[in-house]
Design a protein around this ligand. Structure first.
Ligand code: ADP
Ligand code: MG
Length: 440
């Protein structure tokens, strides 16, 4: 199948071929024609399956081919929960519209407000934004949405989890006209909260549920290891990092204090690692992600705030030094590897403090998790009897199936595009169901 078979212009197809992208993935094959036909979409497909192009392609196609509803207002608004995700989407958009007269701007928190006002006065066709700063511009009327044609939410469930409900309501109200089309994408859309959101935002949406949120990812090998205590976890970690097959690696810890501590410990043992923590300046964070995407260092240590969206194809291993509390974040964390048809490994260390999280994840994933041991580093810890563990509320499950995705052929591994804007990675942001937005 070709992109042109989905109704995509040959110019865009050529642009994709330059990036080594020749065949649509499943989610693209389903979502592109549905979006071009004008339907609202509620789409779930696994991490690394190409959701970004699934919404960008029909959006660019529309702006290229259809008459605008308004000359001044943006035609397409894309909202992403974090700055670095919005930046990644923007980078991909810029590649698609290179050489056209389509204008796009990025509106992120932490950047100069007046510069953004100026950029918005230039009547861009596309706005890619994080929700908090976007709402500021709407409140100040430096941005109008009455002519908006396409409203897109990437990682929609995360936007809600971070507490941006009011901002979403505002966007919805200001862009509330008959012709508006709305698209929601994520790998984990099946919470009750998202149902409520989609009832408000979407009109007769087409559901494209290509994989269940809890489905095994066939390109990610998941293994768990029992661990007795911190030193034992570090010994296991050292063992893993010494394996030959480790390329770039992202290590997730529970808190930002842990990221710095672990990074210092690894560096003292000559593993070159960098901690991406919330107490760093924006520009420092930017430098770190830029350097990691250029493969200047191998090991990035971070928290759940970086569990979503990062698309770095050289990451061969994700290591959960501590397990996340909520099963969806486990799915997103391990999804930083095994992307675009490449294989990846997810190793998780499970100590006494991780046991409640382990049970929640195990239940979410239908028990399909297996433990292994490392010779000489076997744990004495054998788990905790279930009735002694305070349960974490189980998450609702999705029910559909998935097909294999086409593997990118034309190009060998390319370094991921450098991230140019300040990052939105903010160490200790509590993960879910917050009352007040704190991340952006
Ligand atoms: P998701 O949002 O589903 O997690 P992304 O949109 O970030 O996935 O895409 C993951 C990777 O797959 C990116 O590096 C992207 O360039 C690549 N990709 C997207 N579409 C295709 C395709 N049709 N063929 C090959 N690679 C693709
Ligand atoms: Mg994505």
């Amino acid at each position: 199948m070709h992109f042109t078979d989905l109704g995509i212009d040959t110019r865009l197809e050529t642009q994709l071929a330059h990036q080594g992208i020749t065949q649509p993935t499943d989610i693209q094959a389903h979502a592109v024609p549905t979006a071009l036909a004008g339907h609202d979409i509620f789409a779930q497909s696994k991490t690394g399956s190409g959701k970004t192009l699934a919404f960008l392609l029909p959006a660019v196609q529309r702006v290229m081919k259809q008459k605008a509803l308004s000359k001044r207002d943006p035609r397409v608004l894309i909202v992403a929960p974090t700055r670095e995700l919005a930046t990644q989407v923007f980078t991909q958009l810029r590649l698609l519209i290179a050489g056209t007269n389509i204008k796009a701007v990025k509106i992120l928190g932490g950047e100069n407000f007046n510069d953004q006002i100026k950029a918005l006065r230039n009547d861009p066709h596309f706005v890619v934004a994080t929700p908090g700063r976007l709402a500021d511009h709407l409140n100040q009327r430096s941005l109008q949405l009455s002519g908006l044609e396409l409203l897109i939410f990437d990682e929609a469930d995360r936007i809600l989890d971070l507490g941006f409900t009011d901002q979403l309501k505002l966007i919805n109200e200001l862009a509330d006209h008959r012709l508006r089309q709305t698209l929601l994408f994520s790998a984990t859309l099946d919470h009750a909260q998202v149902d409520a959101l989609s009832r408000n935002l979407l009109k007769k949406p087409k559901q494209i549920m290509l994989s269940a949120a809890n489905e095994q990812h066939s390109d990610i090998k998941q293994t768990l290891y029992l661990a007795d205590h911190l030193d034992h976890k570090e010994a296991l970690l050292e063992h893993f990092l010494n394996q030959d097959n480790v390329g770039q690696c992202i290590i997730f810890t529970a808190t930002r204090a842990d990221t710095s501590r672990l990074s210092e410990s690894l560096n003292s043992k000559d593993f070159k690692s960098v901690a991406l923590a919330g107490d760093l300046t924006q520009s420092k964070r930017l430098d770190i992600m830029d350097a990691f995407s250029r493969e200047n260092f191998k090991i990035l240590i971070t928290t759940d705030v970086a569990s979503r969206g990062l698309d770095l194809l050289s990451v061969t291993h994700v290591i959960n030094f501590d397990l996340p509390k909520h099963a969806e974040e486990y799915v997103h964390r391990i999804g930083r590897t095994g992307r675009a048809g490449f294989k990846g490994n997810a190793l998780s260390l499970v100590g006494p403090k991780d046991w409640a999280s382990y049970l929640a994840i195990k239940s979410f994933l239908n028990d399909e998790l297996s433990f292994a041991t490392v010779e000489g580093l076997k744990a004495k810890f054998k788990g905790i009897k279930e009735k002694q563990v305070a349960p974490i509320k189980p998450t609702k499950k999705a029910v559909t199936t998935n097909k294999p995705q086409p593997k990118r052929k034309a190009k060998p591994k390319k370094p991921a595009a450098p991230i140019k804007a300040p990052l939105n990675i903010d160490g200790d942001t509590p993960m879910r169901r917050k009352k007040k937005p704190e991340q952006e």
